[in-house]
Design a protein around this ligand. Structure first.
Ligand code: NAP
Length: 279
């Protein structure tokens, strides 16, 4: 079994470290969140990914408090919602209050919404928050190269991460490379495609070889390619399953099996950041 201590850590461009494997709480109902996160912490996860938009920051905070785990053993991420780009500091303080924490480890702009042209203002707010020490690291989510470029051109702070949709059928290779070339680590959201796992024989054969499930070898593919992941599950057994992926490694040939599953734009599940306009 995987232990908390064996989770690899990645050093971000600001010198802080992030556990490469965490737990996400998108679509976990607010009233169930404390229980779901408590069992994830029992399974060994120490990195939690939430967002103001998920409406469950309070449940995450309740579980942290109940766990008794030292704050410096946890890595907590939350995100600024799209309607709040012009009031990032206030929105951040609301998140901290719900989380019942005095700082987060990582604060992200959730989506750029380029049509409103205010993500640069949001980024300036995040820089101010980082300078205050209340977010140890800051980054972005769903940013395309042109959105990142605007931050590079107008500020001195490069995001620590870009959290983007990546799973075998939608890999965004160029966006990954652009981010990495600028020192930005990749966080893959929906790493197992929201549960739509591959039923291909070559993928099943890889799982069988290691005595693992398709979900586990898919998550392992992300780790072996250097991405940060935080699969979500409401189910304690699947939480354990998704955490139990540190006792094997895929070969270069096995990684290629996954690499070949990319369907480009046809594989996208979520919104396209170029056109997403939800606030
Ligand atoms: N920044 C963004 O815009 C953005 C967008 C989406 C997600 N995220 C983040 O990324 C995290 C992960 O993405 P996600 O929640 O969308 O999708 P995901 O982790 O790829 O998949 C979660 C789904 O797969 C099921 N599942 C979990 N483990 C499984 C297993 N071992 N076998 C079979 N099915 C399994 C879950 O059902 P059960 O719960 O019933 O197990 C759930 O329906 C989110 O929780 C959130 O933190 C960020």
């Amino acid at each position: 079994m995987t232990s908390t201590n064996s989770v690899p850590r990645i050093t971000l461009n600001d010198g802080n470290e992030i556990p490469q494997l965490g737990f996400g709480v998108f679509q976990v109902e607010p009233e169930k969140t404390a229980d779901v996160v408590s069992s994830a912490l029992e399974a060994g996860y120490r990195h939690l990914d939430t967002a103001a938009a998920y409406k469950n920051e309070k449940g995450v905070g309740d579980a942290i408090k109940a766990s008794g785990i030292a704050r410096d053993e946890l890595f907590v991420t939350t995100k600024l919602w799209n309607a709040n780009h012009k009031r990032a500091v206030e929105a951040f303080e609301e998140s901290l209050e719900k989380l019942q924490l005095d700082h987060v480890d990582l604060y992200l702009i959730h989506w750029p919404l380029p049509m409103f042209d205010d993500y640069l203002e949001a980024w300036q707010g995040l820089i101010e928050i980082k300078e205050s020490g209340r977010a140890k690291s800051i980054g972005v989510s769903n940013f395309l190269p042109e959105h990142l470029q605007k931050l590079f051109d107008n500020t001195d702070v490069v995001p620590a991460v870009n959290q983007i949709e990546i799973h075998p059928e939608f890999q965004q290779i160029e966006l990954q490379q652009f981010s990495l070339q600028h020192g930005i680590e990749i966080e893959a959201w929906s790493p197992i495609a929201s549960g739509q796992l591959s039923d291909r024989n070559d993928v099943k054969a890889i799982a069988d070889k290691y005595g693992k499930t398709v979900a586990q070898v898919t998550l392992r593919w992300h780790l072996d390619e250097g991405r940060i992941i935080f699969p979500k599950s409401n189910n304690a057994d699947r939480q354990k399953e998704n955490f139990d992926i540190l006792d094997f490694e895929l070969t270069p040939e096995e990684l290629e099996v996954f690499d070949a599953l990319d369907r480009g734009e046809d594989g996208r599940i979520g919104a396209n950041p170029a056109t997403a306009d939800f606030r």
